[in-house]
Ligand binder design. Sequence first.
Ligand SMILES: Cc1cc2nc3c(=O)[nH]c(=O)nc-3n(C[C@H](O)[C@H](O)[C@H](O)COP(=O)(O)OP(=O)(O)OC[C@H]3O[C@@H](n4cnc5c(N)ncnc54)[C@H](O)[C@@H]3O)c2cc1C
Length: 373
Amino acid sequence: MHNVLPNSHAFPYHLGRYCRKLGVDIRLNTRAKSLVKEGGRITGLEAEIGVEKIRFKARRGVVLVAGDYSASEEYKSEFVSEEVALVDAVNVTATGDGFRIALEQGATMVNAGRIRGPVMRFVPPPHTKFIQRIPPLRTFTRLMRWSFENLPDFFLRPFMMSFLTTALGPSFELTQQGAILINRDGYRFTDELKNQNMSVSRQPERLAWFIFDEDTASRFTRWPYFVSTAPGVAYAYLPDYRRTRPDLFVCVKTLDELAGRLGLPSDALKASIEAYNDNRSFKGIPGRGSRPAICKLPFYALGPAKSYIVFTNGSLRVSQQLEVLDGTGHPILGLYAAGSNGQGAMLLEGHGHHLGWAFTSGRIAGRQAAFCQ
Ligand SMILES: Cc1cc2nc3c(=O)[nH]c(=O)nc-3n(C[C@H](O)[C@H](O)[C@H](O)COP(=O)(O)OP(=O)(O)OC[C@H]3O[C@@H](n4cnc5c(N)ncnc54)[C@H](O)[C@@H]3O)c2cc1C
């Protein structure tokens, strides 16, 4: 893990401050729409601020850094599949605009269909957590860093849990050990052990709840049965969810109560669990196999959860100088790309590599655009 202290707002906050000090003109809420080409060269950019159109002239070049396409239904459908197009993105600003803008100028994509996801995550909490609101000031950061290095685990655990139960998804073990997935209509909709991530996206409102009983719940209170983890940092168990995510956690004595608390039809929920316990196929979904029945009181629910695409790895084809290349492999003069737009054929996998590439490539492309003719 490469976590930013106090939170990831520190990146735009500090970079923005530094850029403004250097006199960089930063325009917020301004959406780049298309490139301007004159004399065979990219010379500017057209953008929109609300309904107003604005044109920027580039002194030497334009660098595209508009992120990946995980939130573009059109591109997910074109590059991956119709099915994946239905899966939400974690990052709703990943519109794929940078690709669209460049493709219009004859650029090409490489590894277009490579994506991270779908993976299940619990929906975000209704209110931002305290840890997300800490201003990215040096004093707080130093204090946090000192605390992480010096304070005992029991003191730090609540902070860790707030991160683990907010930003991370449930472990596959939860369904393996006995939890089932129920949709908004109260029905099981998949063989949880086979394709739970993809099938959630086809459910009403694309939501699902994990339902289980005391037998499974009691297992998920200690190692090795954790609900979520950041490997090497900490593990979150069921009591951590009860404490830090009351919006996701339900524990009740009857299935009627469970349905009522989750706002699901009680009859459907009971019929689904009855069939599961009897190890019968119901509505085309197989029985429980060798998994335990859901019968020991109390009953529990965790959710709702959704499936998400975390990011996409495909990119514009670029040169080593991060010039955007056309279909014949020649640079589109005056056009550069960085970050997800300028990843080229690289498939980034390790922790921190995406952000590392965003910073490094931004610098390379920026220097090229500023200094090359
Ligand atoms: C949940 C999550 C966790 C991640 N964790 C890690 C991690 O731990 N380590 C790691 O290295 N990477 C991680 N990544 C990946 C990493 O965040 C991205 O790869 C990286 O931010 C890409 O940088 P970028 O500058 O290319 O795009 P972004 O950071 O996505 O920035 C693109 C910007 O362009 C803006 N934009 C889009 N369209 C337009 C337009 N038309 N006009 C103007 N602006 C536009 C967007 O609003 C956005 O601000 C994670 C991603 C997600 C979603």
